[in-house]
Design a protein around this ligand. Structure first.
Ligand code: 4AD
Ligand code: MG
Length: 471
């Protein structure tokens, strides 16, 4: 026997009255009327709106159960879809049967009132029952669908790169260790250091900070690939834009340079925004009312216009000439801080900005070295590009890759990394090296941008941040 076939509430709300229906969901609100009936609003997560169920006292369980329903309970309802007399909905369900599947009591934390975001993080297992987190979850789903749609449409192959890895892609040493050694009594080498040769993988292993290096190996065989998976960074950043565990999308294309990479990034972001505008109009309307009244217009404007593009050197000059008193004063060679990225996107250009060709010394070893040291007092730049968004700052980081063996080896050494550890990555430059480029999009930053949510912890179901891994 299977569960009774139910209609989805999103379908019912778009249907004509006059049919018999079965639905199931969770009770949002209950209003018991003096006239001997109750209005129960029910949501099943398929859309922002709930459906109103009218339950009459003639129902056999009206007194005992239905009129006592509380927010959070689950119900199975049979009845007729009828035109609604009330405001706010065109159809409602006149119940002929209400089965209470699971009761709830007054302790249910998600009451129909406004809760703080901090409180909702403490009940992250129940916050998807709120209108807000339902909307965010549906938009996140559409962003993921759009990501696959875009790359599949451009003949990129989806490749799954490993989560456990021995190499540090960003060379920044921000990796979580994966080990089965007993931390209280690890085996020691004669010199007294921990003997990782006796660990599970016979060497040190970590959670990946990026699938790029492995992604490059497939791009340099299959042409165009993308990875899309969880990524981990043990950086102690307590900001509204950083997570210790986040999802990253990383396309990699052979026979492509930095301009191709920037073009791809711009087309890609526009496709995501266009898809969410087309597929989530009600959720976006709700999110705009709650988070930012300009949200929908901003997304539409971005889809219809070109991103600004400029070099890092030009960006630094503009920032210096801005007359703004930044917390971090700007000089050539420094990394751009969020305040600088926001000035460029929100005040100077008022749209997304792609900054290209950053100083080599602030970027990862794998970025292709430009031949321009003479122009910046002996400091070369690399073929890097970051896409910056209003409010968010950096949403995409990417580059053309160093495809020349000797230069790549010397860049590794210059950053204190051992070329031998990257032997397989260097092989790509030994056998049929080609110009290639790629980038990484932080999924949560993209969801933050399209939902207008101010904290990244509220766009991933279970945020992992310093000192917090509940659930
Ligand atoms: O700029 P990042 O570090 O670039 C890379 O990892 C490259 N290997 C990507 C590539 O070229 N294939 O990270 C890429 C993006 C950032 O622009 C940001 O959106 C996101 O990943 N990101 C984070 N998102 C949330 N929390 C963090 N701690 C993040 N660190 C990076
Ligand atoms: Mg970056």
């Amino acid at each position: 026997m299977s569960f009774p076939k139910r209609a989805l509430i999103k379908e019912l709300l778009a249907s004509q009255p006059g049919t018999a229906v079965t639905l199931a969901g969770w009770v949002k609100t209950v209003r018991v009327s003096k006239g001997g009936f109750s209005f129960v609003t029910v949501n099943d997560g398929t859309c922002q709106a709930s459906i109103q169920v009218v339950a009459d006292k003639v129902l056999p369980n009206y007194e005992g159960e239905v009129s006592r329903l509380l927010a959070g309970a689950s119900v199975l309802v049979r009845g007729d879809l009828v035109a609604s007399q009330g405001k706010g909905q065109t159809v409602e369900v006149k119940a002929s049967e209400v089965t209470v599947l699971g009761k709830a009591d007054e302790t249910f934390p998600i009451q129909p009132k406004k809760h703080t975001m901090e409180f909702l993080r403490e009940v992250a297992h129940l916050r998807p029952r709120t209108n807000l987190f339902g909307a965010v979850a549906r938009v996140r789903n559409e962003v993921c669908r759009a990501i696959h749609e875009f790359f599949q449409g451009e003949s990129f192959l989806y490749v799954n790169t490993p989560i456990i890895t021995a190499s540090d892609c960003e060379g920044a040493g921000q990796m979580f260790r994966v080990s089965t050694l007993d931390p209280a009594q690890p085996p020691r080498t004669p010199e007294g250091t921990v003997d990782y040769a006796q660990d599970f993988f016979s060497k040190q292993a970590f959670l990946t900070v990026s699938g790029q290096l492995e992604g490059e190996t497939y791009a340099c065989a299959l042409g165009r690939i993308y990875t899309f998976g969880p990524t981990f960074r043990a950086e102690n950043s307590n900001t509204p834009r950083h997570l210790a565990e986040f999802w990253m999308v990383e396309p990699e294309a052979a026979f492509a340079d930095l301009d191709d990479d920037a073009d791809l990034a711009e087309r890609f972001l526009k496709h995501i925004f266009r898809s969410v505008l087309a597929r989530c109009p009600e959720d976006l309307k709700f999110l705009a009312e709650r988070n930012d009244p300009t949200l929908v217009d901003t997304l539409k404007a971005i889809v219809d216009s070109d991103f600004a593009r400029l070099s890092y050197t030009e960006a630094v000059e503009l920032l210096k000439a801005s007359g703004k008193a930044f917390e971090f004063p700007v000089s050539w060679g420094m990394d751009l801080q969020t305040e600088h990225e926001r000035w460029l996107t929100e005040e100077k250009f008022k749209k997304p900005v792609i900054v290209m060709n950053y100083p080599a010394k602030i970027k990862a070893f794998y970025m292709r070295l430009n031949d321009d040291a003479a122009q910046h007092g002996g400091e070369p730049t690399v073929a890097a590009m970051d896409v910056l968004m209003p409010k968010i700052g950096e949403i995409i980081g990417g580059s053309q890759r160093e495809d020349r063996l000797e230069l790549l080896e010397s860049r590794l050494k210059a950053q204190g990394l051992e070329p031998e550890d990257y032997w397989w990555y260097l092989d790509l430059r030994r056998y049929g090296s080609v110009p290639h480029a790629g980038f990484g999009l932080g999924l949560e930053r993209a969801v933050q941008f399209v939902t207008g949510m101010s904290n990244i912890r509220d766009v991933i179901p279970y945020p992992r941040v310093p000192r917090s891994a509940e659930f």
